[in-house]
Design a protein around this ligand. Structure first.
Ligand SMILES: Cc1cc2nc3c(=O)[nH]c(=O)nc-3n(C[C@H](O)[C@H](O)[C@H](O)COP(=O)(O)OP(=O)(O)OC[C@H]3O[C@@H](n4cnc5c(N)ncnc54)[C@H](O)[C@@H]3O)c2cc1C
Length: 593
């Protein structure tokens, strides 16, 4: 069993050196914080991860939740985990003081999430509670806030997001769950929701569902969807009319029950905010969850990568290629073989590049909410909106390769249950599916985010990337990479213009037919930007002192790997994205799949 699942020196380097998150403390909202309070929170999370989560990694997977007599039984360690997170204040750490939080920057609370997810992603309960409680904090009445938020943030009550229905998965405009007024702000909410993560369990005392439903007579489509708070239990202890209709048995993330829920005729809920604005409100939770899922992808990948590093250092096999026939010499550890090093370097590049991008995005979240001027808040909001689909997709899609390559490093043992690597390989598979599949994220990026406000967000991003390029040009070692990134930005902008010209013809299907490839291209360019940022920071550190020399040199080496092995993939993608030939659109003619 591997001993390491995350890398605190790299986390600290990304937070404090590359992204300078301490600067957030200059904003009034975060002014009570300092590097010391950040470190205390990260240490508290590490303790819970080390003592409760990581030791139960396999056990949570092997003893999955079951539906027994209508109730969901989960692993007993989940009670300890929720209590520990509630008692330590971690669940609501980034909430305002008024809502019971500690006003911790999101860039720190999400790194806390990374440590927890890397230890055991089968315990991803509290991210849902945080997102649900934040919806109540943002849009709820004082009464709803006081009734629900405290017990959610102290770990007593679970929060959920109830969007998906059998006919409405990717297509939320087709939601049919219905709501009918039953008094002031109270509604009868009925229908079925499927795949609801942590939809019920016995590790907490109540479950607070945030449910999308349509008030009778509301318009069709997304403009007729409202949002309701639907508790499992009311204050007087009576149970709501919610039935556990089924539990899914899944490929991975087995520790978390995914529920099929039935909201019966007598199920009561409370309207959150105004009628018909529910999907707009829910986007707050969805965007937060998308960043959270990006972190989950990077976290599972991190655990798989560290397991592979440990294994390949210990497993002797063959001799170096130049001494293949020296059979009287001992076998070498497989980490010495170039093919293994190539796989490990890719894993390191994807994991750390993803974490860097996610930290950047989490910072944009903080700045878009708490910058002092309206202009700054708007700027960071646009950047956040643009980068969220990429920050969800790259870590999850590259994470599939990371866990696959990590498993490959284990050879045959990787395919067995003797090592947890097969579990990471299974666990990560959901991440490009839930919270909007890769296909849907890609359409969001190209179809909405890139074109929004006449391409303002893309221009802002190009400006941010240019700052990194300018800094890198000051170092001879980095000029080549700065120039390459500069050329990639020009290429991305040429391709974007081309695709926007296709959109202008009104042929939306053709415009978006290769959106996923556009996403892949954007992901590579964005991660190359992050690696150049990392490279510049490492170069500055090396110029300043000899401390941690090999740590910083390894960062620069990994940056080079990304530019030599991954970034060149943009040329194939670009060729296709400029190609006029249409091959994937259904033309109405017979085609035999
Ligand atoms: C383990 C698990 C946990 C989940 N947790 C929750 C939860 O807590 N709350 C919740 O509400 N939901 C949850 N979900 C549901 C999840 O968000 C959906 O499964 C996901 O959004 C996809 O919807 P679907 O399964 O209906 O697939 P579909 O929408 O049927 O998609 C199938 C395929 O078709 C593609 N596709 C669909 N429409 C288009 C289109 N217009 N253009 C191009 N391609 C398209 C998709 O990209 C996908 O590849 C969970 C699912 C799972 C498996």
């Amino acid at each position: 069993m591997a001993t390491q699942y995350h890398d605190r020196p790299t986390i600290n380097f990304l937070l404090y050196d590359v992204h300078e998150v301490e600067k957030a403390c200059q904003l009034p909202f975060f002014s009570d914080h300092s590097r010391e309070t950040f470190e205390m929170t990260l240490d508290a999370a590490t303790l819970i991860a080390d003592n409760i989560m990581f030791p139960n990694l396999l056990s949570v997977d092997r003893n999955q939740p079951e539906l027994v007599d209508g109730e969901v039984k989960v692993h007993p360690c989940l009670k300890d985990y929720l209590k520990a997170l509630g008692d330590s204040g971690i669940i609501g750490a980034d909430f305002t003081y008024e809502d019971g939080g500690a006003q911790l920057p999101f860039s720190i609370s999400s790194m806390v999430g990374h440590i927890l997810m890397a230890a055991n992603n089968g315990m991803m309960y509290t991210g849902l509670t945080t997102g649900a409680a934040r919806l109540i904090a943002s849009f709820g009445s004082e009464e709803l806030k006081q009734k629900y938020i405290p017990d959610m943030l102290n770990g007593n009550w679970q929060g959920t997001m109830c969007l998906t229905e059998p006919q409405a998965g990717s297509s939320l405009s087709d939601i049919v769950c219905s709501a009918e007024s039953a008094g002031e702000n109270e509604f009868l909410v009925s229908g079925q929701k499927i795949f609801i993560s942590a939809g019920d369990h016995d590790a907490c005392r109540n479950v607070v569902h945030l449910v999308l439903a349509r008030i009778k007579g509301a318009p069709l489509g997304t403009k007729g969807i409202s949002l309701f708070v639907v508790p499992k239990y009311f204050e007087d202890g009576s149970k709501n009319d919610i039935t556990n209709m089924g539990i899914y048995h899944k490929l991975g993330q087995k520790g978390v029950p995914a529920m099929h829920l039935g909201f019966g005729d007598q199920c009561r809920g409370y309207l959150l905010g105004e009628p018909n604005k529910g999907l707009n409100y829910m986007f707050q939770m969805m965007n937060e969850a998308r960043i959270g899922v990006g972190f989950t992808g990077a976290s599972i990948s991190s655990a798989a990568y560290h397991a592979a590093v440990e294994y390949t250092k210990e497993r002797p096999q063959s001799r170096r290629l130049n001494k293949k026939n020296a059979l009287d010499s001992p076998q070498v550890a497989i980490i010495q073989h170039p093919d293994i090093r190539r796989m490990l370097l890719f894993q390191k590049a994807a994991v750390e590049g993803s974490l860097s991008l996610l930290t950047e995005v989490a910072q944009y979240f903080d700045l878009s909410h708490y910058s002092e001027s309206e202009e700054e808040r708007k700027k960071y909001h646009l950047l956040l909106e643009l980068l969220t689909p990429i920050a969800k997709t790259y870590p999850c899609e590259s994470g599939l390769r990371v866990t696959s390559d990590a498993l490959q490093c284990f050879g045959g043992y990787g395919f067995t249950e003797d090592f947890p690597i097969e579990q990471y390989y299974r666990d990560i598979r959901i991440t490009p599916i839930y919270e909007g599949t890769t296909g849907i994220q890609s359409q969001d990026l190209l179809g909405r985010k890139v074109a929004a406000e006449n391409g303002a967000a893309l221009k802002l991003l190009a400006g941010e990337i240019q700052k990194t390029i300018d800094e890198a040009m000051a170092y001879d070692h980095l000029k080549k990479y700065a120039n390459e990134l500069s050329a990639e930005i020009k290429n991305l902008s040429t391709i974007t213009r081309h695709l926007i010209s296709v959109a202008a013809t009104g042929d939306t299907e053709r415009f978006l037919s290769d959106a996923t490839l556009y996403m892949e291209l954007s992901g590579l360019v964005t991660i190359a930007w992050q690696w150049l940022k990392i490279g510049v920071t490492a170069q500055k550190k090396l110029a300043a002192s000899d401390d941690l020399k090999s740590f910083y040199e390894s960062k620069i080496h990994t940056m080079k790997f990304f530019y030599h092995y991954e970034l060149p993939k943009t040329s194939g993608l670009s060729k296709r994205l400029l190609d006029e030939e249409v091959l994937t659109i259904d033309q109405g003619t017979e085609f035999q799949f």
